[in-house]
Each structure stands twice: as structure tokens, then as C-alpha cells.
Design a binder for this molecule. Structure first.
Ligand SMILES: *Cc1c(COP(=O)(O)O)cnc(C)c1O
Length: 494
């Protein structure tokens, strides 16, 4: 299958799209066509284990890879998950279920893709004849950094450098990053905020002097961020997989199908659900759940994307985003493949801060999408309610989705079974979760997890207990205009 840029006519193969990350015209690579699944395909899928499911699905999505080659990758990638199902579906009452995507090494859903990306990227580079080491540079506001460090740790032919804003991530997130092991990983704190770190990385990608110095060291630059096709494709797999499970357990039937509610930031996760629907999965509505940063809620309700609004810090920080970059891939479909139209919308966004899709396209988007948001107070109420009623513990991101899903039912009366996507372990945000269910915590962020476990009896992932005592291995700090020097210095010290 070929991939096209959302802003131009260029067509490339999957390995090429994965190596490049972003298209030269600034667009994202989107699939030109998608395979079409039948009911029988889902029945057959439910007989396989997760690595086999993912390999089959990826072999249909990505040209240039055989199913066997992909199976070797998925087996390796998902071996580090703590449950055999990898992405289990847990039933709740009232025709609701939760798709748990947080059983990977960093306890957030990004592991589902970032354990695969290094494997896809190195294989793609080989297929493209690239022999240099791939140096991943990434700025993080929290979860992506650790997931990238874990994914690329000791992967031959790669290195990974993560920049995070000094004082701008949670204590647990910082500890997770600065204790990272691996002979090819570097972590540096930047004196500045997340935007400074992000801008600094973008500048390095466009700095010929820096690129030349890296090339002289035998390295070529690449990025691990969520617009890479190598991150998107593995996410489609768990949607088809969960539909197969829901059908096999008769939790849903083929005719009625299921609504899916996704806690959304960059629109990457929910976009994968959209592709699964287009492939024939019995998915009806896609409910896009936001926190107080409700730019997508407004977009889905009005057809106007307007990023000029205050940025709010919330208890679901991975969704604190005003520019949802993956939305661009959906826009290409809404524009019936008209890349020029997408280019104009994106130009308008960067020049005026907004774009309008017009009433017809809005109506078409709303046939599938519903947008809703929940502030911190509603999020905490949802954590408390679900704990009271179901003895099920949700993290704040998942709880945003639960709150919005519940609103959706009240607002529309639609009682179709609903799958709530859970993107993080409650133990990653233990202090806020404990507060929401009324468990007093006395110690620091690390102790909160133990106290939450003691109070609820819900087992904490073993990474949590280990974290507090792990040795700090990375303590480099740099100024925001010296990030390139920090990268080069780290390589010289290796
Ligand atoms: C990244 C992240 C999200 C948002 O996912 P997008 O693909 O950016 O929409 C939601 N929850 C958690 C815990 C995350 O880490």
C-alpha cells in the first residue's frame, strides 16, 4: 500500500514514510487505501495471540514488510508487557468495557507503539539502504520521553536523546527518565518550558551545521513523535483486536456494534480507531474526549478549529494540547483526498490561528464523531464514581473518557455498548487518583502509589515500587539555545 502526503501528491512506500517521519512538504503520510475486513476475518483474528494479531494487521497496512518479519518484531515488542493479552478488554456494568493499553514498561499507552517503532524504523532504514546510526531526538512533556527511552534502549544502530523542561514534568515522570538504562540513551533537562524544548529540537532538525556534525559522527537524525507512520500503524491493531474480543465474548454483536470513547490529545489514538472503522470494524460512533483544553470539542461541534485560547494545566497532562497534529490525516479524508484544501487549512491555522471546514464537511464528520470535555473536577468525580460502583480504578486520562462517555449517553440517549480506552495506569498518577477516591496520602509522589495500593487492594505495577530507589543516571542540564552542543557532548563522552 502506498502513502501520500496530506499536503501534496507525493507517494511513498511504508519504509520510506517511516524513515522520513514527516513529508518534505510538511505534511503527514496517510494511507491511500485501506484493506477491508469481514466478520469472518474478526472471528479468525480472535483465535490468535496479540503478537500474531498485530503482525497480520500490520502486514496489511504496511507494504514492504512480510507477516513473518513483522511477527518477529511484535513478539519482541509485546514480550515486555505484564499481561498475556497485551491489550485486554475488561467489562464494566451497563454495556461498558475498558480497553487497557497501559501494561507496557512505562505504564502508558504510548508503549503500544513505541515498543514497535524502533523495530520498524531500523528495518525500514535497512530496506532504504541507510547504514548510518539513527539518532532519535525528542522533546517531551512527560510520557513520550520515557516510552521512547524504553523503546530504543540498546536497540542496535540507534540512539535516543530526550529533552525535557527542567521543573516542567511530574516527579514520577522525571524519575522515570533520569533513571533510564541503556548504552545508547541520553536524557537532558532544558532550562525552559516544553515549548522551548520542542522548538529547540525542531531547530536542530533544520540546522545544517548540527546535521553536518552528526553526519561526521556517522549519525542521521530521526524523530519518535506521534506523527510517524510507525507509531500510528501499531495503534490500529489494538482496535481490530478489541473488536474481535468483544465479538467473540458476545459482549457486542456485529449488527449493533460498539461506540468507542478515546481520551484525546494529539488525535493519534482516536485516528487509529477511525482507520479501524474504515477497515470494516463494527465501530459506530467515535467519542473524542478532551480535558479543559477543549479545542477538539469545539471543532467537532462547530467545524471551527481555533487554537487561540488559554492553555490549561490539568491532572491529565498528556492531553494538554492545543494543536492536535494527527487531525491533519483525518482532514485529508474529509477533503476527499484534496491535499491542496488541507494545505490551505493548515496555512490558515498557522497564519490566523484557526480554520473552518464548512457545514457540509462538519455534518459528515459528525456522522461518526462526537466531541465532549471534562474538567478536573468532573474527572475526579468520575474516578470516584467508577471506584464506588465497580471497584475499578481509573487514571485521570481514562476518567476524562469515562465522564465524556457518560455525558454522551445522557445527551443522545444512544445506548450502544461503549468501549472506553484506558491510556495510563492509575499508579502513574497515584496522588490524584488517591485524592479522587478519598484516600489520604501523606508521603511524596512515590509513596502515594504504595498508599493507594494498600487502600484499594488493586495491585500496583512492579515498576512503581522500584522507581523510588533506582539510581539517577542522567543529570545533564542545558540552556535552551545550547541543545545541539549537549547532544554532541553526550556522544563524545560515550
Ligand atoms: C499521549 C497520551 C494521550 C493522548 O493520546 P493522543 O494520541 O495524543 O490523542 C492520552 N492519555 C495518555 C496517558 C497519553 O500518554
Amino acid at each position: 500500500m502506498a502513502f501520500v502526503s496530506t499536503r501534496g501528491a507525493e507517494r511513498v512506500s511504508a519504509p520510506e514514510a517511516i524513515v522520513r517521519g514527516i513529508a518534505p512538504d510538511g505534511g503527514l503520510y496517510a494511507p491511500e487505501t485501506l484493506p477491508r475486513w469481514t466478520r469472518e476475518d474478526f472471528d479468525a483474528l480472535s483465535q490468535k495471540d496479540y503478537p500474531a494479531r498485530a503482525a497480520l494487521i500490520l502486514s496489511q497496512l504496511l507494504d514492504g514488510f512480510t507477516e513473518n518479519e513483522l511477527l518477529a518484531m511484535t513478539k519482541g515488542a509485546y514480550a515486555r508487557f505484564s499481561v498475556p493479552e497485551v491489550a485486554p478488554v475488561r467489562p464494566l456494568s451497563d454495556s461498558r468495557a475498558v480497553l487497557e493499553l497501559f501494561h507496557g514498561p512505562t505504564m502508558a499507552f504510548k508503549d503500544m507503539a513505541l515498543q514497535m517503532l524502533p523495530r520498524l524504523l531500523t528495518a525500514s532504514a535497512r530496506k532504504q539502504g541507510e547504514t548510518r546510526e539513527i539518532a532519535i531526538l525528542t522533546a517531551t512533556s512527560g510520557d513520550t520521553g520515557k516510552a521512547a527511552l524504553e523503546g530504543f534502549q540498546d536497540v542496535e544502530g540507534t540512539s535516543v536523546t530526550v529533552f525535557y523542561p527542567l521543573g516542567g514534568v511530574s516527579a514520577v515522570q522525571e524519575k522515570q527518565m533520569v533513571t533510564s538504562r541503556g548504552s545508547n540513551v541520553h536524557v537532558t533537562a532544558v532550562r525552559g518550558n516544553f515549548d522551548d524544548a520542542q522548538t529547540g529540537v525542531k531547530k536542530l532538525f533544520a540546522d545544517p551545521d548540527f546535521i553536518g556534525k552528526m553526519n561526521a559522527l556517522g549519525k542521521t537524525l530521526s524523530s519518535a513523535n506521534s506523527i510517524n507512520l510507525g507509531r500510528l500503524a501499531p495503534q490500529v491493531a489494538y482496535y481490530l483486536s478489541s473488536c474481535a474480543d468483544l465479538l467473540a465474548s458476545k459482549t457486542i454483536d456485529w449488527e449493533t456494534g460498539v461506540n468507542i470513547c478515546v481520551p484525546t490529545g494529539n488525535f493519534g489514538n482516536i485516528l487509529a480507531a477511525w482507520y479501524a472503522k474504515r477497515m470494516g470494524a463494527p465501530i459506530r460512533k467515535l467519542i473524542c474526549a478532551s480535558n479543559r483544553n477543549d479545542v477538539l470539542t469545539d471543532f467537532i461541534r462547530t467545524g471551527v478549529y481555533n487554537k487561540r485560547r488559554p492553555f490549561h494545566k490539568t491532572i491529565s497532562p498528556s492531553m494538554d494540547i492545543l494543536i492536535s497534529s494527527n487531525l491533519e490525516r483525518f482532514l485529508l479524508e474529509l477533503a476527499d483526498g484534496d491535499a491542496e484544501q488541507v494545505r490551505q487549512w493548515m496555512e490558515s491555522l498557522s497564519e490566523t490561528g484557526e480554520y473552518h471546514i464548512g457545514p457540509d464537511k462538519l455534518a459528515r464528520m459528525r456522522e461518526t464523531f462526537f466531541g465532549g470535555c471534562a474538567d478536573d473536577e468532573k474527572t475526579k468525580a468520575a474516578i470516584g464514581r467508577v471506584w464506588q460502583e465497580e471497584k475499578y480504578l481509573m487514571d485521570p486520562h481514562t476518567a476524562v473518557a469515562e465522564a465524556v462517555a457518560s455525558n454522551y449517553r445522557t445527551e443522545t440517549g444512544d445506548q450502544t455498548p461503549i468501549l472506553i480506552v484506558s491510556t495510563a495506569s492509575p499508579y502513574k498518577f497515584a496522588a490524584d487518583v488517591a485524592d479522587a477516591i478519598g484516600v489520604p496520602v501523606s508521603g511524596d509522589a512515590f509513596d502515594a502509589a504504595q498508599e493507594l495500593e494498600a487502600a484499594t487492594g488493586v495491585p500496583a505495577p512492579k515498576q512503581v515500587a522500584e522507581l523510588k530507589s533506582l539510581p539517577v543516571l542522567h543529570s545533564r542540564v542545558c540552556e535552551k539555545d545550547r541543545m545541539g552542543e549537549a547532544v554532541l557532548a553526550a556522544f563524545r563522552e560515550d
